[in-house]
Design a protein around this ligand. Structure first.
Ligand SMILES: NC(=O)c1ccc[n+]([C@@H]2O[C@H](COP(=O)([O-])OP(=O)(O)OC[C@H]3O[C@@H](n4cnc5c(N)ncnc54)[C@H](OP(=O)(O)O)[C@@H]3O)[C@@H](O)[C@H]2O)c1
Length: 285
């Protein structure tokens, strides 16, 4: 018995973070983890099979095409995973009466706002990754009744490739760094997002819909790098310099801070992004 949960894309940074939390905290929970090699969410047959052979209560979709730069070139592949793959999952979950917990992004917005985006604000993605993720959101909303779309931003963890790990490896090599200072958003630890997902499942939270799932506060990539450097006392943080722009195929929103007030209905303490960063760095050391 217990609550049966399928985690797709389980070898990505969020999938691995959920696995770590599950191993510490599995009371009453029965998780099945499937990597891309074990389940391609865009394959209708494979996806239908796993849902008919098992009785899941929830599906946490951690599968995604997440390379924002490459998505400008591999447009079809990005849409195949982030839109059509999500469409397949939504159909199958709806048929099997499974609650879908899906992760989306701040990049569904154009970044022209002056204040944090609400869930209900108009979406207008400005790059292919954002467009593909928004299409995925629309499919879920058209097809399903019981779903959570958790929009997060600037995700980092001890796993995979992310900004935190890149900066730390360059700090370790005592390198000079130029970091863009013209984009404002909220770094989110995968551990924080995993806790939110567990809270939804463990409390059988049933106010379905779209939620902005980020910690409190905001920063720029440059100030984020400086904050990381504070944890490495033998690195001279003056070596980190701000730049306005960097060569990039994908246009990124200038301002993508998400208003997380609605998330508070989950009754979970919401930390500042800096304290979440400290926790993740401590777990690395
Ligand atoms: N990273 C960020 O800064 C950020 C910001 C906002 C929102 N998000 C969202 O947060 C979620 C988790 O992101 P993440 O950083 O954990 O991503 P990630 O580390 O790239 O993990 C995604 C996983 O999905 C797998 N995958 C790709 N195509 C698949 C398919 N067709 N079927 C099944 N699995 C597939 C990937 O495998 P391969 O690596 O082998 O392709 C990878 O293991 C995503 O929905 C992402 O869009 C991320």
């Amino acid at each position: 018995m217990g609550t049966n949960v399928l985690v797709t894309g389980s070898n990505g940074q969020l999938g691995l973070t959920i696995k770590e939390l599950y191993e510490l905290n599995d009371e009453g929970l029965n998780f099945t983890f499937v990597s891309k090699e074990e389940l391609d969410i865009s394959n209708n047959q494979e996806t239908t099979k796993i849902f008919t052979q098992n009785q899941f209560d929830y599906c946490i979709n951690c599968a995604a095409y997440t390379n924002v730069e490459q998505a400008e070139v591999d447009v079809d592949e990005a849409f195949k995973v982030n839109a059509e793959g999500v469409q397949v999952l939504a159909h199958v979950c709806q048929l099997a009466n499974v609650v879908l917990i899906h992760i989306s992004t701040d990049y569904v917005f154009d970044g022209e706002a002056q204040q944090p985006y609400l869930e209900s604000d108009v979406t207008k993605p400005i790059n292919q990754y954002g467009k593909s993720k928004l299409k995925g959101e629309h499919y879920i909303q058209e097809i399903m009744e019981r779903y959570f779309i958790l929009r997060t931003s600037w995700l980092y963890s001890q796993y995979g490739k992310n900004f935190l790990k890149t900066i730390i490896s360059r700090i370790d090599k005592k390198e000079n760094l130029k970091v863009v200072n013209s984009q404002t958003g909220t770094p989110t630890s995968a551990a924080f997002l995993a806790h939110i997902i567990f809270q939804i499942i463990k409390t059988s939270f049933n106010y379905y819909g779209v939620y902005h799932a980020t910690p409190n506060g905001k920063t720029t990539w440059y100030a984020f790098a400086k904050e990381i450097a504070k944890h490495f006392k033998d690195y001279d943080s003056h070596k980190i310099q701000p730049v306005d722009d960097y060569p990039s195929r994908a246009t990124r929103p200038k301002y993508s801070v998400l208003n997380n007030t609605k998330l508070k209905t989950l009754n979970l303490a919401i930390p500042n992004w800096e304290s979440e960063l400290s926790k993740t760095i401590l777990s690395l050391k």
